[in-house]
Design a protein around this ligand. Structure first.
Ligand code: NAP
Length: 229
């Protein structure tokens, strides 16, 4: 119960790594705010947490709409009085190349993957600073440090997420600890959206360890880190 009485916002918690993180945080005693767009899956996550005797609510909306970030923080404070932990995990993939991507798609990817993390950080930082303590984790990617053919908007947004995380760490510390996590290939809905089993096998073949990680490996990393107080 290392997060007893802590309040954690987890964006993109209706699926994949965010969902696994929300469930683990609740098991560790946190009151969890599950953020996503899909109501059925959001309810499933909250029901699972409550069935284990723990606390959670969900807040639904599109991270591309930055006014939604205000709603997330307002509803969190309304329900639980404060924010101790923010996990900026929501993310969207774009497989467009530089030649094909439209400015609208480029903007949307940056809105969801980067701008919403910045906006949420701006909203929770004063709350955490006033308490003298807080934790923010940004989910970056191996795509924050390397590129390959295609996926230009996604790769660019994840590079931006790495830079944003470093700036946040400098500007918000020492009271607020900011870290980024850069997962490799993890078997989630996002990866399945790239292609079928043959495409997945190709990606696995490209991994040094020749296997795909599972979503609950992200909270495993968080558990071993100082994200826990
Ligand atoms: N899987 C990988 O190999 C991998 C590797 C490195 C980094 N990552 C990063 O890890 C994070 C989690 O991804 P995942 O692999 O766990 O994918 P996932 O299972 O597809 O989950 C993505 C989550 O983001 C939410 N989301 C997407 N677009 C949104 C939007 N416009 N507004 C609000 N929420 C939105 C989804 O919510 P709804 O479904 O409810 O809309 C969902 O909860 C992402 O930032 C991703 O870039 C993934």
């Amino acid at each position: 119960m290392r997060l007893e009485n802590k309040v954690a916002i987890v964006t993109g918690a209706t699926s994949g790594m965010g969902r696994a993180t929300a469930v683990l945080f609740a098991r560790e005693g946190a009151k969890v705010v599950v953020v996503g767009r899909n109501e059925k899956r959001a309810k499933e996550v909250v029901d699972q947490i409550k069935a284990e005797g723990k606390e959670a609510i969900y807040v639904l909306g599109d991270a591309a709409d930055l006014a939604f970030c205000d709603e997330i923080v307002n509803k969190t404070v309304e329900a639980y009085g404060t924010v101790d932990i923010l996990i900026n995990n929501a993310g969207m993939l774009s497989m467009s190349s530089l030649q094909n991507v439209t400015i609208e798609e480029w903007d949307k990817v940056f809105r969801v993957n980067v701008d919403s993390a910045l906006k949420l950080c701006q909203l929770v930082a004063p709350i955490m600073k006033a308490k003298g303590k807080g934790v923010i984790v940004n989910v970056a990617s191996v795509a924050s440090f390397a590129a390959h053919h295609g996926f230009a908007p996604y790769i660019s947004s994840k590079h931006a997420m790495a830079g944003l995380s470093k700036s946040m760490a400098w500007e918000l510390g020492p009271e607020i600890r900011v870290n980024a996590i850069a997962p490799g290939l993890i078997h989630t809905a996002m990866v399945d959206s790239i292609g079928g089993p043959a495409v997945l096998q190709g990606m696995i073949d490209n991994c040094p360890v020749k296997r795909c990680g599972q979503p609950d490996e992200l909270p495993g990393v968080l558990r071993g880190s100082r994200v826990f107080y």
